[in-house]
Design a protein around this ligand. Structure first.
Ligand code: SF4
Length: 339
C-alpha cells in the first residue's frame, strides 16, 4: 500500500488546536496553510512509480489518499483519476466531518464513489450523530465496501464505538447482517475482557481478541475495521511509544524491511518517502528519497542505503533492550523501539 498526503488542511483538527493529532507536526512544516497536492505533482509521482517495480507493486495493491483532510483538496477528483492509472484500489480517507450534502467536500466524495473509488472514514464520537451518521447512510447507498477506523484512548472507548456502530447498522437494511454479527462478536469479547480485567495490558488485550477477524465479506458488502490505539504526541511532533489505552507497555514496532519486505510506504507533502506508515512523528531518519525531486535511480539507490541502516539499527535496538539501554537512539537514526 502507498499512503499519499493529498492535503494539509484539516477542518476538524485545525493543526494549531489539536496537539495530539498524529500529523500535527509533519504538516506544520509546510509554510503555506492552504497546501494541496496538485494534479501535476500526482502525475509526476505516477510516472516515477511506474518506473520502479517495487513501488509499482505496492501501488497496485492500494493507494490511500490522506492528509489532513483530502476532501478539502479542490483537485482531489482529478488526483484520484490520475492515481487510478496505477490501480483500481484508490481509497480516500476522510474524517466525514461534513455539515451538509451541499458541501463541495461531500460532492467531491460522491464523484469519487461514482468512479468506483472507496471512501473510508474515522469514527469521531463527538460528530457522529450530527455529521457522520447522515452521510454514512448515503455512502452505503453509493459503495458496497467500507473501512472504519476507530482510534481509542481506553478499551472502554473502543467498546462504546462498537455499540455506536451496532445501533447504526441495526437500523439499516438486512444486507448488513454479517456486519452486525462481526460487530456483535467484538462487543461480546470486549465486554467480557472489561468484566474480567478492566485495566488489562496490551498483551492481555491482544490475547483476548486473538483469532477474531477484523473484516467480513459477502457478495453484497465488504466491511473492515482498523482499531488504532491513541498515542500522545509531544510539542516536537514526536510520538510517545506507550499507547494511551496501555500506558505501561512499550509499543514495539516490528519493522518489515530488515525481514526483506516493504509492505507500506508513506509519501509526505514534501514528496519524501518514509518507509512504513510513519507520517513523520516516529522520526525515522532513513528515507527512501523524494518522489517529486529524485530520479527513480536515485530513489532505488537511497532505498538500499536505508535498508542497510534498518538492518543494523534494529539489531542494535534489540541489543540495547537486552542490556538495559532501551529507548536510546542508535546512530542509524531509527526509532529506539523498532525491532
Ligand atoms: S525503522 Fe521503524 S519507523 Fe523506520 S521504517 Fe522501520 S518500522 Fe518504520
Amino acid at each position: 500500500m502507498i499512503n499519499i498526503f493529498a492535503e494539509a488542511n484539516c477542518n476538524r483538527y485545525v493543526r494549531d488546536e489539536c496537539q495530539y493529532c498524529h500529523v500535527y507536526e509533519p504538516l506544520s512544516q509546510i509554510s503555506k496553510s492552504d497546501w494541496h497536492l496538485m494534479p501535476e505533482q500526482a502525475q509526476i509521482m505516477v510516472n516515477k512509480i511506474l518506473q520502479m517495480e517495487i513501488f509499482h507493486e505496492l501501488a497496485k495493491r492500494e493507494i490511500n489518499l490522506t492528509g489532513g483532510e483530502p476532501s478539502q483538496n479542490p483537485h482531489i477528483v482529478e488526483i484520484f483519476k490520475i492515481f487510478r492509472k496505477l490501480t483500481p484500489n484508490v481509497r480516500i480517507h476522510t474524517n466525514l466531518d461534513i455539515n451538509s450534502e451541499k458541501s463541495q467536500r461531500w460532492q467531491r466524495l460522491v464523484e469519487i464513489m461514482k468512479f468506483s473509488g472507496r471512501v473510508d472514514f474515522t469514527l469521531y464520537p463527538t460528530v457522529w450523530e450530527s455529521r457522520q451518521k447522515p452521510l454514512l447512510i448515503k455512502i452505503l447507498g453509493l459503495q458496497n465496501e467500507l473501512i472504519v477506523n476507530m482510534i481509542f484512548e481506553k478499551v472502554s472507548d473502543l467498546l462504546n464505538q462498537f455499540k455506536t456502530l451496532i445501533t447504526f447498522f441495526g437500523e439499516q437494511e438486512k444486507k448488513f447482517q454479517s456486519v452486525l454479527s462481526l460487530l456483535g462478536t467484538y462487543q461480546a469479547k470486549l465486554e467480557s475482557l472489561l468484566g474480567e480485567n478492566p485495566e488489562c495490558n496490551e498483551r492481555a488485550f491482544l490475547k483476548h481478541m486473538e483469532g477474531v477477524e477484523n473484516y467480513t465479506c459477502t457478495e453484497n458488502f465488504t466491511f473492515g475495521m482498523n482499531m488504532i490505539p491513541g498515542f500522545y504526541v509531544n510539542k516536537n511532533g514526536e510520538r510517545a511509544m506507550n499507547a494511551q489505552p496501555f500506558p505501561k507497555d512499550i509499543n514495539l514496532l516490528e519493522c518489515t524491511i530488515p525481514r526483506g519486505t516493504i509492505e507500506i510506504i508513506t509519501v509526505q507533502q514534501t514528496g519524501e518517502i518514509t518507509p512504513c506508515c510513519d507520517v513523520g512523528n516516529l522520526k525515522c531518519q532513513p528515507k527512501f528519497g523524494n518522489l517529486l525531486m529524485d530520479s527513480p535511480a536515485e530513489i532505488m539507490s537511497q532505498l538500499e542505503v536505508s535498508r542497510k541502516k534498518m538492518v543494523s539499527g534494529t539489531l542494535k535496538n534489540q541489543q540495547n533492550m537486552n542490556n538495559g539501554k532501551a529507548g536510546e537512539w542508535v546512530e542509524e537514526g531509527i526509532p529506539p523501539y523498532c525491532v
